[in-house]
Design a protein around this ligand. Structure first.
Ligand SMILES: [Zn+2]
Ligand SMILES: [Zn+2]
Length: 655
């Protein structure tokens, strides 16, 4: 500690009093004596047990300040700021000239996860090395009738197959691992993930007959994997599924942190909390880029801990004469643990229904992620041996899915379970946007049956697995990134998250809102969007992957909205005569029995159209189909204001 050129501690044993003068202040330093007197603008302060400082402001103070003086101060301040900014810019420019960006940029390519919740997949490429983070699926939108799943387009990876060093999975949710089987069918790359993530993945791979060939490499939080030029560290985070991780990727242009899905839960239902210490440590030693979950960025405050819902469970499970039917996401192992705990406490046996629920439960039990007391689980068939107050039934269908067990129960179609006034149905989840109507439909049916229904708007029976605004700020504050790319959300979420980064002081030019397939180039000094790769959504329908495209979807929507009209005619192309028909049949267009007159008229119209063609020597089926379709189309529209799909079919009966 020094002041005015004197080291105080070193002077302790010498003179009794020093007087140190600066331009406006005089400091007296004296040996410890009781010294406490005030005089003419002086004040005393005790610094430690040895010394007292007396600071005398010797400057002559004026009692009044004029506006002119303030104005002058502002001018001087502004001038000094401009000068220092110029100097900094000049220095930076010189630095840039001497030290240009060495080497290639890191190319970051989102193949999904940035245009809605689902199909998360991000590619990191540096020269001859590629790593992939996550490979998830999305569920089809309303505009995709008949489609089962949507997966990311991986053409770019197939074109660069030789460069891929590994696929790294953050956690075991469908939107992060659901498309792995489809990727591995094309590219058998090593897959790194934690125990539960790989445990859930194994179930999927065996359904696709890939388990024996897949290279699954188990890692735990804290492990570091070298993958080509990259090294990837697994960092523990908390989320609605155990064993979730963030990744710290060391690259030649600096450190990149990908948070994966997370919330800051300091009291998770089971297991350890998010490793904030490690994130802060990385922040202290420099993070070039943060890529962060944006799901709940619009929600202020903090997401409550998973543990806050236990008291609600405790209250409902204590009701003596009612059976608890509880629906939740099958992957929410922590939630299932809490349901088991509450059931055990109140002497309830637990039955489980729903294929995905049973699959994940078996993986969680096998791998030790859930504690179930012996004898508490019972088969569905055994339920009739117990009274309602002794039973809990865990089911899927919290999103109102039409094929789910809860849906069938609500509509009285479940083979083993009938719900009624002896049940409390708990929806331990919140609706995924778009599912509200289906859930509402189930709630109405349950209420009609006299069932009590509890959901997250009536009691604390659900908490989100994603970080709210204040938690996201903590993530930014701990990692202190130089650049930022928001992930996992619709555009509005990503934009809001970008605004949050700006609010926290990041320059707008260091933030990029990602788009599917658009390449982000990161160097040691810059970040910019440059170029794009093939990308999009591949639709999976049954066994077929990718053959359902825009045309098929358009036809499906057309059929769904307007129905179909089929015109079958047998002709003899050789003689130019109609042999039989045209016969008209329809589906989804008009009720045939009540529209016989219209259908007869259409048949005659088709006949005249075909005869005209044949008369003019037009016998190729394609031309005839177009003529018939056009003529029928306009008449049908005039009569009905509808446009069914018209399919003329010709059969050639010429010998
Ligand atoms: Zn997710
Ligand atoms: Zn997730």
């Amino acid at each position: 500690m020094s002041y005015g050129g004197l080291s105080l501690h070193r002077q302790r044993e010498f003179a009794c009093v020093f007087a140190v003068k600066s331009r406006k202040t005089t400091v007296f330093i004296v040996k410890p004596v009781l010294f406490c007197s005030f005089f003419k603008g002086a004040f005393c302060a005790a610094i430690n047990q040895h010394y007292f400082f007396i600071l005398l402001n010797m400057a002559k103070k004026k009692n009044t300040t004029t506006i002119k003086e303030i104005d002058e101060q502002i001018r001087l301040l502004r001038k000094s700021k401009t000068n220092s900014a110029r100097k900094t810019k000049k220095a930076a420019g010189e630095k840039n000239q001497t030290k240009k960006d060495a080497g290639s940029p890191l190319r970051i390519i989102p193949l999904g996860g940035v245009d809605g919740i689902g199909k998360n997949m991000t590619v990191f490429e540096y020269d001859d090395d590629i790593i992939i983070i996550d490979c998830g699926l999305a569920f089809p939108e309303d505009s995709m009738p008949g489609v089962d799943l949507v997966i990311p387009d991986t053409t770019y990876l197939e074109e660069n197959a030789g460069k891929i060093r590994g696929l790294f999975l953050t956690h075991g949710h469908e939107d992060h691992i659901g498309a792995v089987p489809y990727l591995l069918k094309k590219l058998n790359v090593p897959v790194y993930g934690t125990r539960l993530t790989l445990g859930i993945l194994e179930g999927k791979l065996s359904e696709h007959d890939l388990l024996s060939t897949a290279q699954l490499i188990e890692k735990k939080a804290g492990d570091v994997v070298k993958a080509g030029i990259f090294s990837v560290e697994f960092i523990r985070v908390t989320h609605s599924i155990p064993d979730s991780c963030a990744f710290c990727i060391e690259t030649p242009v600096g450190r990149v942190i990908v948070t994966g899905d997370f919330k800051i839960d300091l009291t998770p239902a089971r297991g350890e909390s998010i490793n904030l210490g490690r994130l802060a440590e990385l922040g202290n030693s420099g993070v070039r880029l943060l890529m962060c979950d944006s799901t709940n960025v619009e929600r202020p405050g903090y997401t409550p801990s998973e543990r806050v819902i236990y008291p609600s469970f405790d209250r409902f499970f204590a009701v003596k004469d009612k059976r608890i039917v509880i629906a939740t996401f099958s992957s929410n192992v922590h939630r299932i643990q809490q349901i088991i705990n509450a059931s055990a406490k109140h002497g309830r046996k637990v039955a489980v229904t729903g294929r995905s629920m049973l699959n994940i439960l078996s993986a969680a039990v096998r791998l030790g992620y859930i504690d179930i007391p012996e004898g508490i689980l019972i088969d569905m068939n055994e339920m009739k041996r117990y009274s309602p107050g002794e039973l809990t039934l865990i089911t899927t269908g919290s999103q109102g899915e039409p094929m789910s067990a809860l849906h069938r129960m609500a509509f009285g179609e479940h083979a083993q379970v009938t719900v009624g006034h002896e049940d409390i149905v708990v929806l331990s989840s919140s609706p995924i946007p778009g599912n509200e109507k289906m859930i509402s439909c189930i709630v109405n049916e349950l209420l009609k049956r006299g069932t009590e229904v509890i959901n997250d708007s009536t009691a604390e029976v659900h908490v989100s697995g994603h970080a709210c605004m204040e938690e996201l700020k903590i993530m930014h504050a701990l990692t202190r990134p130089q650049c930022f790319v928001p992930l996992h959300g619709e555009y509005r979420h990503l934009k809001k998250h970008a605004d949050l980064a700006k609010q926290m002081g990041m320059e707008p030019r260091k933030i990029i809102i990602p788009q599917t397939g658009k390449v982000i180039e990161l160097t040691k000094r810059t970040i910019k969007a440059r170029g794009e790769v093939p990308s999009g959504a591949i639709m999976v329908d049954g066994y077929s992957v990718g053959d359902v495209g825009v045309t098929i979807l358009r036809d499906r929507r057309h059929l769904a909205e307007d129905g179909i009209l089929i015109v079958v005619t047998a002709i003899d192309r050789y003689t130019g005569n109609i042999v039989t028909g045209p016969d008209i049949s329809t589906k989804g267009f008009v009720y045939a029995k009540e529209s016989e007159a219209l259908l007869d008229e259409l048949a005659k119209l088709a006949q005249r159209s075909i005869e005209r063609c044949l008369h003019r020597g037009v016998t190729d089926f394609e031309t005839m189909q177009t003529r018939v379709r056009d003529e029928l189309n306009s008449v049908i529209y005039q009569r009905t204001k509808r446009r069914p799909m018209i399919v003329p079919i010709f059969m050639d009966f010429s010998l």
